[in-house]
Design a protein around this ligand. Structure first.
Ligand SMILES: Nc1ccn([C@@H]2O[C@H](COP(=O)(O)OP(=O)(O)OP(=O)(O)O)[C@@H](O)[C@H]2O)c(=O)n1
Ligand SMILES: C[C@](O)(CO)[C@H](O)COP(=O)(O)O
Length: 225
């Protein structure tokens, strides 16, 4: 079974701010995007990687392709995350049986997580890491609570989201005009119930400057690896 990864590094980081997209900022000596690439490179469960970057960042893409053997190609992503994933899926068509779609802005994946997800996808078609909610979750509109969601059913979803390739390709083809906020929704719409693998909070997405401070503390204190 051949497994490829699509590494989504084509966002602008609007919420983070600044001129350099957050995935290319340095976190303790290496770019944020390199953390995931190092894990993919070491993993026996990932064969090839396709890297998607924003327009204007070809120098970084070329540098990374040169540095990581598993990157078979790089390209420019699209306006929305879903456009970027579509591009990755087109590049990988016919290349693999399973695909892992990952946010470059989540640097703290582990070899164990990848192994679990790839092993589970054989039985469940679509698998993703998630964390159970510890706080009470409210549905809010215009600043007012409308109702309280049943916490035991709430799961916050991370990446890599791992799929049988043909299934996610079909999902993206059928719902090509939708811009869902994650990839699982493209197969949920096909009637699939993706499996959740409970994971650590450490695999969080760097979205704001505050998140970068948390990421620095994680690396400094050795909470990851
Ligand atoms: N058109 C896009 C948008 C996002 N991403 C990637 O998808 C991941 C998750 O997106 P997010 O955290 O929202 O990143 P940005 O879109 O860059 O942030 P913002 O929404 O604040 O602009 C990131 O690794 C980002 O680079 C992408 O590849 N292509
Ligand atoms: C895919 C994702 O990381 C799952 O939690 C998330 O939905 C990405 O969202 P964003 O809008 O790109 O920040």
């Amino acid at each position: 079974m051949k497994t490829c990864a699509i590494l989504c590094a084509a966002g602008k980081g609007t919420r983070f701010g600044g001129n350099t997209p957050k995935q290319f900022l340095f976190l303790k000596g290496k770019m944020i995007v390199e953390y995931s690439l190092e894990v993919f490179e070491k993993s026996h469960f990932i064969d090839k990687v396709v890297l998607l970057v924003p327009q204007g960042f070809e120098d970084i893409a070329k540098y990374l392709k040169n540095k990581f053997n598993k990157i078979i190609s790089w390209d420019y992503g699209g306006k929305e995350r879903a456009d970027t994933v579509k591009r990755g899926l087109e590049i990988l068509k016919g290349e693999c049986d399973v695909v892992a779609i990952h946010d470059a802005a989540r640097p703290f994946i582990t070899l164990q997580l990848i192994e679990k997800l790839v092993k589970e996808v054989k039985f469940h078609f679509a698998v993703a890491p998630g964390i159970l909610a510890n706080d009470t979750v409210k549905f809010v509109e215009d600043g007012y609570i409308q109702n309280t969601l049943p916490r035991s059913n709430i799961c916050l979803i991370q990446t890599p989201q791992v799929f049988k390739f043909d299934l996610i390709y079909r999902g993206y083809e059928m719902f090509k005009n939708e811009f869902f906020t994650d990839d699982l929704q493209y197969v949920e719409q096909l009637g699939i119930k993706p499996k959740i693998v409970e994971n650590s909070k450490i695999n969080f997405k760097i979205t704001t400057k505050e998140d970068l401070m948390i990421a620095e503390a994680i690396v400094e204190k050795g909470y990851w690896y």
